[in-house]
Write a protein that binds this ligand. Structure first.
Ligand code: ADP
Ligand code: GN1
Ligand code: MG
Length: 379
């Protein structure tokens, strides 16, 4: 047993698998020296693998969460198709983009880009971006601007890709009607006996439910296009160098067809927020308009070139929508007994949901200012 290193809470325990044996199945340079748990993701098990001698590269090894991702060959194909496209486009782009790195998968010995072990686990290896750091909150406007540029560039470079060539890794991932159905079913079943204690949160969800289908409706009406989207644009999925420049986007599991608004909204939810996602005092979580302006400016410096007017009109709403949706998912998981997200203590998911709901309320209060900021940037 080892203690999981996490920037969130240092109290996740898990068994340390035999990393040396697993990495031997990949075409890795250098010789295995050591490995440790790494990062603060809620989904996969992530290890930093050090190799030797001397300057031989380090790697990120991940056990992909199979409870969530059930078709790993197709998921891997999505990553390969998209990273290949991004790399080709970046090579042809202006030299100022040279600092952007596209993470790449290391082939396994049999030529696949994952290794399926005897216990049925799927493993993959990425090269490690060693000058990249991730943050659970942006510390200044430069970082928010840079993250906005990184996701804007991602959308821009993939805007000529046909999203239908991608596999739908998680059907209905951002489908709020489905999420509400699951929520209501879970509330009715009350499997962990937690419903009575979260009546206020349930009311909070229900009073906003009807309005939240707006983006889905725009899609159904053909007013916004399906694009190649990342679908998990939270701030710790961007890596920064020491000069606070964004140098890579990670966590590519959820790349699939989606709406640009989902990616924009999810990034604002975490990147223009004054508190971490599981802040104990949820009142600290409010929208920071300066970070919002900076992210939007960075994003629109690329996305302004191809978003349609309806997408632009709904940018501010998308931040409220994604904050609602993720709050709803945290609350559902809490009521369900914590089966989806990794948790470090009882009530962790409820704490996360409350942070989202407080943040959403502050976005509702600041909606007019947020609209003015977008109007000023797109004017
Ligand atoms: P999860 O799906 O569990 O969030 P991620 O793929 O986001 O897993 O990985 C967890 C963390 O590991 C990221 O937030 C980032 O800090 C770090 N990370 C992931 N891939 C790389 C990489 N190739 N180079 C450097 N750091 C990485
Ligand atoms: C998960 O993998 P990670 O920790 O970056 C989740 C996202 C949520 C996020 C909330 C596949 O992201 O959808 O927005 O937690 N990823 C999946 O922190 O469910
Ligand atoms: Mg992640």
């Amino acid at each position: 047993m080892i203690l999981r290193e996490s920037t969130e809470k240092n109290i996740y325990f898990c068994h340390m698998p035999n990393i040396e044996e697993i990495t031997a199945h990949f075409r890795m340079e250098g010789v295995f020296i050591s490995a440790r748990l790494f990062g603060a993701g809620h989904i996969n098990d992530t290890y930093l693998v050090n190799t030797g001698p001397g300057n031989s590269p380090d790697y990120i090894l991940q056990r992909i969460n199979q409870d969530i991702f059930t078709n790993i060959p197709e998921l891997t194909n999505n990553i390969l198709k998209t990273t290949h496209h991004l790399r080709q486009k970046l090579m042809a782009a202006a030299p100022e983009f040279e600092r952007f790195q596209i993470i790449h998968l290391i082939p396994s010995n049999n030529g696949a880009f994952y290794f399926h072990d005897r216990e049925g686990n799927f493993w993959r290896l990425y090269h490690f971006i060693d000058d990249g750091r991730s943050y659970n909150l942006f510390e200044n406007r430069t970082m928010a601007y840079e993250a906005g540029r990184a996701f804007g560039l991602f959308h821009f470079l993939t805007s000529d890709m046909d999203p239908s060539i991608l596999f739908v890794v998680l059907p209905g991932f951002h489908d709020v009607s489905l999420r509400l159905q699951k929520f209501r079913k879970t509330v009715a079943l009350d499997p962990a006996g937690r419903v009575a204690a979260v009546k206020n949160e349930i009311r909070f969800v229900e009073t906003r439910a009807e309005k939240m289908v707006a983006i889905q409706r725009l899609g159904e009406q053909g007013k916004i296009p399906l694009r190649v989207t990342h679908n998990d644009t939270k701030c710790n999925n961007v890596l920064f160098n020491a000069a606070n420049e964004a140098i890579a986007i990670v966590d590519l599991d959820t790349i699939m067809p989606g709406y640009s608004l989902y990616d924009f909204g999810d990034a604002i939810r975490t990147g223009a927020n004054t508190a971490v996602e599981d802040e104990a005092d949820f009142r600290k979580a409010v929208i920071d308009l300066e970070l919002f302006e900076a992210y939007s400016r960075g994003y629109l410096s690329f996305a302004g070139k191809f978003l349609n007017p309806v997408e632009i009109q709904h940018l501010v709403f998308s931040a409220r929508f994604m904050t609602y949706l993720i709050g709803l998912r945290f609350l559902t998981d809490h009521i369900d007994g914590d089966h989806y997200y990794k948790t470090a203590f009882p009530g962790h998911n409820l704490q996360r949901a409350r942070v989202q709901f407080n943040l959403l309320e502050s976005m509702e209060e600041k909606a007019v200012e947020m609209e003015k900021i977008i109007a000023g940037l797109t004017g």
